[in-house]
Design a protein around this ligand. Structure first.
Ligand SMILES: Cc1cc2nc3c(=O)[nH]c(=O)nc-3n(C[C@H](O)[C@H](O)[C@H](O)COP(=O)(O)OP(=O)(O)OC[C@H]3O[C@@H](n4cnc5c(N)ncnc54)[C@H](O)[C@@H]3O)c2cc1C
Length: 617
C-alpha cells in the first residue's frame, strides 16, 4: 500500500525534491483521514494521504512472541527488545505511546515513555502510528452521543456547549453507521433523548448477547440504584453480525483487540483500498509531516515531509486544502511544530491559545469478580451489552456521568488472565487472588480447577466522562524522537467533578456485584501510579483504585462559536487558516460517555461534504 503520488514514487524523492501539488492533502490515514479520503476520491478530487507509519500488515509472530499481549503487540515497532526492556523512544523515527510505559519505573522516564509526562497523574491512553491508525486495533463499540452531551452548559451549567447539536449530527450518524457497518437496534438505542429518523434500521442486525449478558439482565432486573433504573442494553458495534457477499460475520473469538481473526470488525484498510481504487487517492506511507507552512492571508500553502527511514529524504507538497487528521495528540504536535502563524509562540491555528488544552479521556474504573456458576467467559466479542443508565441525569450538575461495559473476557483486561491464574496454579503463587492456598497443580486437577474458575470470571468497565480542563495539556517537549522532532509533553490530572464520578462509579460497582451475587476481587489498594483515591471503606480504611486509559483521546483543538475561545469552527475548520481543517476527537469541546469514533466519523463525513460543496460552488 506504499505511496505513489502523481508524479512518481515518493520514496525515491530527493532531499527537498520539487514541490508537488494536490487538490487536498490529508495528514493521517486513521479513521478520520480514511473516511474523508474515500469520499474525496469518489467525487474525483486529487488527494494525497500522508501517513507517518508503515504499511505493515498484522504481524501474528510479533503478537505471539510478545511477553504481554497489549494492543500494539502485532504492529511495528516492537515494544520490547531481547531483554524485554522497552525500546527507547528517542531512537524511533515514528514513536508511539504504549501501555507498558505507564508503570512506576517507566512513566516519567523519557528512555521508556514516548510521552514526556509531568503529571500529577499519568495520562493513560495510547494510540497506533501506521497505515489505518488506531482503529487497526480498536474494539468497534459505536454508540451515538446523547443530545445532552452537546449541551452541558445549557442543561447542567457545566463547561461549554457544542456549536452543533444532536439533531444536526443525526443524519451524519446514519451515514457513519453505514460506512462502519454498525450492528444494532434503533428501538433499543432510543434512550436518554436519542432519536432516530422514522423507520431507521441499523445496517446490521444486533449482535447476539453473550451468556453473561443474559445473566446480568436477569439478576439486575427491576433494580434501582440511587433512584435510577438499572437497564442492560445491547451495544452497537462496528462489526458484521451477518455475513454479506464475500464479507464474513463475527464468530465471537473474543480477540477483537488487537486483531479480528475473521475481518468482521470494521477496518480502515478496506476503506483505504476502496479510496485508492478511485484512482484519485494516493497514500504516501512512511512520510512524517513535520511542518505546515503559512502563506499569504493566513492560508496554508505547503507541508514539509521527512522520510521515516534512515535516508534523510525530505519533500514539500502543496495543496489547495489541508486536512490534519493525525489524532488529538499528534495533530497538536504538528501544529505546534509549525510555528509562524496564529500565536507565534505556540504554533499554527492558535490565536485562541486553546491548542493542546482540555485533553480528555474516558478514564476507566475496572472491577472484576467471580460468579457462583459458570457464565461462559472468554466467548463472544469483547463486549456485547452495557448498562447505560448512568450516562445522563441531573447529577451531571455536580459529578461526571459514566457508562458500564459488561466484559465478556473474564479477567483478561484487569489482570491478564487466563495466563495469570494458570501460572499461579502451576507455580503455587497467588497473583490472581484465586489460589489462596498456594497449591501447585498438574494434569486433570489443574484443568478442572481452571475450567471451574475461568468460566465464572467477569469484569465491568466504568467509563467516566472527563471534564475539559485547560491545564490538562499537550505541548512540545525538549526531548526528541529518532527524526529529531520534539515529542509530546503532557500535563494531566482529574478535577473534582471527574473524581466525584469515580467515587460514585466505585459505589455503584460494589452494589452491582452484591446484586449479582459475585465475589468482588477488585484491587482497592492499588499502588500503581495511575490510581486515584475513592474514599474510605466502611471501616475507615483508605481505598485506591487503578484507572485505565480507554484509548479515547480528545478535546485538544476544540470546536466552538468563536475564534477567541476555540481552535476550529462547527465545520472543523481552523478559525485562523481558512483552507485548514483539523479533524477527529480533538474537536470535541466536551466528551460525554460514548466511545468517540462513531462521532468522529459522523463529523468527518459532515466536514468532507462541506468541503465538496464549497469546491462545487
Ligand atoms: C485499544 C483501543 C481500543 C479502542 N476501541 C474503541 C472502540 O471500541 N470504540 C471507539 O469509538 N473508539 C475506540 N478507540 C479509539 C479509536 O481508535 C480512535 O478514536 C480512532 O482511532 C481515532 O481515529 P483518528 O483517525 O482520528 O486517529 P488515529 O487512528 O490515531 O490515526 C491518526 C494517524 O495519523 C498518523 N500521523 C500522526 N502524526 C503524523 C504526522 N506527523 N505525519 C503523518 N501522519 C501522522 C498516525 O500515524 C495515525 O496513523 C480505541 C482505541 C484504542 C487504543
Amino acid at each position: 500500500m506504499g505511496g505513489t503520488p502523481a508524479g512518481g514514487d515518493m520514496s525515491k524523492a530527493g532531499p527537498e525534491a520539487g514541490d508537488e501539488h494536490y487538490e487536498v492533502v490529508i495528514i493521517g490515514s486513521g479513521l478520520s483521514g480514511t473516511l474523508m479520503a474515500a469520499r474525496l476520491g469518489e467525487v474525483g478530487i486529487q488527494t494525497l494521504v500522508v501517513e507517518a507509519g508503515s504499511d505493515a500488515t498484522d504481524n501474528l509472530d510479533a503478537f505471539h512472541g510478545a511477553s504481554i499481549k497489549i494492543p500494539s503487540a502485532p504492529f511495528p515497532p516492537r515494544v520490547d527488545g531481547p531483554g524485554r526492556d522497552l525500546s527507547d523512544p528517542s531512537g524511533e523515527p515514528v514513536g508511539r505511546p504504549v501501555v507498558l510505559s505507564l508503570n512506576r519505573e517507566s512513566w516519567l522516564d523519557p528512555r521508556q515513555s514516548y510521552y514526556i509526562q509531568s503529571g500529577p497523574l499519568p495520562f493513560a491512553s495510547c494510540y497506533e502510528r501506521l497505515v489505518g491508525g488506531t482503529t487497526r486495533s480498536w474494539m468497534g463499540i459505536s454508540l451515538r452521543m446523547l443530545p445532552s452531551d452537546f449541551r452541558m452548559r445549557e442543561r447542567f451549567g457545566q463547561f461549554t456547549d457544542w456549536p452543533i447539536d444532536y439533531r444536526t449530527l443525526s443524519p451524519w450518524y446514519d451515514a457513519a453507521e453505514v460506512a462502519l457497518s454498525v450492528s444494532g437496534e434503533a428501538a433499543e438505542q432510543s434512550y436518554a433523548g436519542i432519536e432516530f429518523a422514522s423507520g431507521y434500521a441499523y445496517p446490521q442486525p444486533p449482535l447476539a448477547p453473550s451468556w453473561f449478558d443474559g445473566e446480568v439482565r436477569r439478576r439486575l432486573s427491576g433494580l434501582q440504584l440511587d433512584g435510577i433504573d438499572v437497564t442492560v442494553r445491547g451495544t452497537p458495534s462496528a462489526r458484521r453480525s451477518r455475513t454479506a457477499t464475500g464479507a464474513p460475520a463475527c464468530e465471537g473469538s473474543s480477540s477483537c483487540i488487537p486483531l479480528c481473526p475473521t475481518g468482521a470488525r470494521f477496518s480502515p484498510l478496506t476503506m483505504l483500498a476502496a479510496a485508492q481504487k478511485t484512482g484519485k487517492v494516493t497514500v504516501a506511507s512512511g512520510w512524517v509531516a513535520s511542518r505546515l507552512h503559512m502563506g499569504e492571508g493566513g492560508m496554508i500553502e505547503k507541508v514539509s515531509l521527512i522520510r521515516s527511514d534512515a535516508s534523510g529524504l525530505k519533500r514539500q507538497v502543496r495543496a489547495d486544502r489541508f486536512i490534519v487528521a493525525a489524532n488529538a495528540i499528534e495533530s497538536v504536535r504538528l501544529l505546534m511544530m509549525s510555528r509562524g502563524g496564529g500565536n507565534p509562540e505556540e504554533g499554527l491555528a492558535n490565536t485562541s491559545g486553546q491548542l493542546g488544552r482540555n485533553l480528555m479521556d474516558h478514564p476507566m474504573l475496572v472491577s472484576w469478580g467471580l460468579m457462583p456458576e459458570p457464565v461462559g467467559a472468554y466467548r463472544g466479542p469483547l463486549a456485547t451489552s452495557g448498562i447505560e443508565s448512568f450516562r445522563d441525569g441531573d447529577f451531571r450538575r455536580t459529578r461526571s456521568a459514566f457508562r458500564t461495559e459488561i466484559g465478556n473476557t473474564g479477567w483478561n483486561f484487569p489482570i491478564g488472565d487466563p495466563d495469570t491464574t494458570t501460572l499461579d496454579l502451576i507455580r503455587g503463587t497467588n497473583c490472581s487472588g484465586l489460589n489462596p492456598g498456594h497449591e501447585a497443580l498438574a494434569g486433570s486437577a489443574l484443568t478442572h480447577r481452571l475450567a471451574n474458575l475461568l468460566s465464572r470470571q467477569f469484569h465491568l468497565s466504568f467509563e467516566l466522562e472527563q471534564s475539559p480542563q485547560e491545564s490538562n495539556r499537550v505541548t512540545l517537549s525538549d526531548q526528541c524522537d529518532g527524526l529529531g522532532l520534539p515529542r509530546p509533553a503532557i500535563a494531566y490530572d482529574m478535577c473534582a467533578y471527574t473524581r466525584a464520578g469515580f467515587f460514585h462509579a466505585a459505589d455503584i460497582s460494589a452494589q452491582i456485584h452484591a446484586q449479582l451475587g459475585s465475589i468482588d476481587f477488585t484491587n482497592r489498594n492499588s499502588t500503581h501510579p495511575a490510581s486515584i483515591d475513592i474514599g474510605p471503606d466502611a471501616g475507615g480504611r483508605p481505598r485506591r483504585v487503578r484507572y485505565f486509559g480507554a484509548g479515547h483521546i480528545g478535546g485538544t483543538f476544540r470546536m466552538g462559536e468563536s475564534a477567541r475561545s476555540s481552535v476550529v469552527d462547527k465545520w472543523q475548520r481552523s478559525w485562523d487558516h481558512r483552507n485548514l481543517f483539523i479533524v477527529g476527537s480533538g474537536t470535541f469541546p466536551t466528551f460525554g460517555t460514548s466511545n468517540p469514533s462513531l462521532t468522529i466519523a459522523a463529523l468527518c463525513l459532515r466536514t468532507v461534504d462541506h468541503v465538496i460543496n464549497e469546491w462545487n460552488a
